[in-house]
Structure formats: C-alpha cells, structure tokens
Ligand binder design. Structure first.
Ligand code: 5GP
Length: 120
C-alpha cells in the first residue's frame, strides 16, 4: 500500500530549504543533489518537487508535464555529470521490498566507476 505523504520527510525539508544539500540541478519540476553517503564516485539523487511518496505514486498521479520534466531532468543531470560516454545506472527503490528509506520519490544516479552486475 502507498503510504500517505509525510510533509516532514527529509527530502521535503530539503525542498523547503530547511536543510542544506549540494545541489546540481533545479528546474520547475525537479531538484537534483549529491547523495550524503555516496556509493559511487558520482551518486546523485533526482527528486520531483511534487509531494509523491514513490514511483508508484508519481507514475499514477503526476501530470504529463511533471513526468516529462522529471524524466528529462534525470537525463540532463547524468549528461551534465559526464556519465553518458562510460555509462551509468538509475535506481528507484520503491516501498518495503524495494528498501525505500525516504518516502519522497527519488531516482539514484550512480556512475564514475565500473558498477557490478545488478544482483537484487
Ligand atoms: P533509499 O534507500 O530511500 O532509496 O535511499 C535514500 C538515500 O538518501 C540514501 O542513499 C541516503 O544516503 C540518502 N540521504 C538520506 N538522507 C539524506 C540527506 O539528508 N541528504 C542527502 N543529500 N542524502 C540523504
């Protein structure tokens, strides 16, 4: 089941400017910043500005403009980080089995080294 949106989750607080982040991109629909505990030389999180708990919530409720804007932002952030030539990985942990820890949709961008095979 999709949880109700918690307006005090850490990424909501980052969006409100209540806690700092190392911002790499911002536009009408999206914010991107470095993960606080990077798992790769490049580890960036991209979040929609809207109050969406998860990929499920976003993909079922967001407007086409938000979805298009967010999708383009993820691609642009990876491109601007110089990851396209060597490649990168996108990850959106969703819900309990997905081990989602922060209940505001975020897409992880990992790159900058050879990543392992994706073994769940
Ligand atoms: P999840 O398991 O929900 O997909 O991942 C949450 C991610 O958010 C983790 O990679 C964690 O390091 C990152 N994170 C948690 N709190 C903060 C924070 O306050 N600032 C930043 N920049 N990243 C955070």
């Amino acid at each position: 089941p999709t949880l109700p949106y918690d307006p005090d989750n850490i990424f909501a607080r980052i969006l409100r400017g209540e806690i700092p982040c190392r911002k790499v991109h911002e536009d009408e629909f999206s914010l991107a910043f470095h993960d606080i505990a990077p798992q790769a030389p490049v580890h960036i999180l991209v979040i929609p500005k809207g109050a969406y708990v998860s990929w499920d919530d976003f993909s079922s409720k967001a407007s086409d403009a938000e979805i298009a804007g967010f999708t383009r932002a993820v691609g642009k952030v990876a491109r601007d980080a110089g990851l396209v030539a060597s490649g990168y990985r996108l990850l959106a942990n969703t819900g309990q089995h997905g081990h989602q820890e922060v209940p505001h949709l975020h897409v992880h961008i990992f790159g900058g080294r050879q990543l392992g095979a994706m073994i769940p």
